[in-house]
Ligand binder design. Sequence first.
Ligand code: MYA
Ligand code: CJ4
Length: 409
Amino acid sequence: KNDASLETLVKKFQDTLSSSKKHKFWETQPVGQFKDIGNSTLSEGPIEPPAPLSEVKQEPYNLPSPYEWTTCDMDSEETCSEVYNLLMNNYVEDDENMFRFNYSKEFLRWALRPPGYFKSWHIGVRVKTSKKLVAFITGVPARIRVREEVVNMAEINFLCVHKKLRSKRLAPVMIKEVTRRVHLENIWQAAYTAGVVLPTPITTCQYWHRSLNPKKLIDVGFSRLGARMTMSRTIKLYKLPDSTATPGLRKMELHDVPAVTRLLKSYLGQFAVAPDFDEDDVEHWLLPTENVVDSYLVESPETHEITDFCSFYTLPSSILGNQNYTTLKAAYSYYNVSTKTPLLQLMNDALVVAKQKDYDVFNALDVMQNESFLKELKFGPGDGQLHYYLYNYRLQHALKPSELGLVLL
Ligand SMILES: CCCCCCCCCCCCCC(=O)SCCNC(=O)CCNC(=O)[C@H](O)C(C)(C)COP(=O)(O)OP(=O)(O)OC[C@H]1O[C@@H](n2cnc3c(N)ncnc32)[C@H](O)[C@@H]1OP(=O)(O)O
Ligand SMILES: CNCCCN(C)c1ncc(F)c(N2CC(C(=O)NCc3cnc4ccccn34)C2)n1
């Protein structure tokens, strides 16, 4: 009891601290500023108007002299491997440096080449002499609806500076350069997420984890044995059926794209911020890709109507410094729609499938209607918060996670 209230107090203090911090770079950017929170005279929508393309800086920003810009061609096996290795060794870690995301090469090719993508938005920094890749940032185009407005945006992701080049203010240059290249394509808004608090989140989501392989999770320090719990009691607690329960549940196939698009568009319409997917987007983002994204649907055995959908993406983490294990196999809840099958049953079947495919843990954010199944399906709250941001677009009020219909990778 005392721990929980102390933890809440600490979190409140940290949030207060972070909003009082000096953001020398972010204070110069067209994003919601902490000082503007609650100022209802500021209207909702773009903060700065688009500029004529002739006014966009034509040449790249200056880098410190040892470094040069490079465009990373993800179609090239060699370049894709360089990006993979930079991220594997230098990307996001948890606060205790026990885990680091290990996005796979096929995942990166999937994430970075959606319909209409621009190679020029896959930006790297190399050392001029050695040609070593030491930093990376990416954008992909996306149509995002914000309330009633569909806005062409860039989704920014995979910002990474090599551990040896940290705290040299390289990140602001990376961000300005990707902004410049996005502006050249006449796009003026962006969406991004981060585990850190920046000016200013449109919402802050909580991660929840459902143990699938509790013994491994406890061995590697991802979870702790519950008080008054034995290992065998814990394994029994998280046991799942060997097979799924929903009649008509099957993998999504190419011919399902039109029906899944209709189902998803109508479902996402209820959220304040959500992607405006068309059939090409659904084919790219939701058709199953081995070891990258899994998606299942319910086809009514009687009517052959497609009534429900669930999906998760595969994002392993390297386990840093454990003798017995090197990789944590994690599934992340992606987009789920239930119109006939109860969401609880649909998500339990997703857990069953993930367990069958040997995942160790199934993660979900408290976005969309996820709160309705998290506790009942034995998800536990994680320590990671995920903050969502819009660039050059002001929302009058922050959203609740349940008003958000957008999952970034
Ligand atoms: C219209 C189109 C617009 C397109 C652009 C839209 C915006 C996109 C924004 C990017 C979306 C990214 C989405 C993802 O990929 S989130 C994942 C970010 N990556 C990691 O966490 C990997 C491990 N960490 C690193 O590689 C480095 O620590 C990074 C590169 C993160 C910072 O490098 P470093 O540690 O060496 O610091 P610095 O001295 O260079 O720079 C310090 C400045 O950078 C600000 N900072 C720190 N972390 C982040 C962060 N995660 N988002 C935005 N800003 C961040 C910080 O507040 C400070 O500014 P200010 O506080 O003084 O003002
Ligand atoms: C820029 N794209 C944002 C999405 C990237 N994603 C998936 C992400 N961003 C921040 C997080 F806080 C987070 N969490 C999943 C939860 C979790 O699993 N925490 C333990 C853990 C295991 N492995 C790692 C690796 C890094 C950090 C925590 N890790 C916390 N996920």
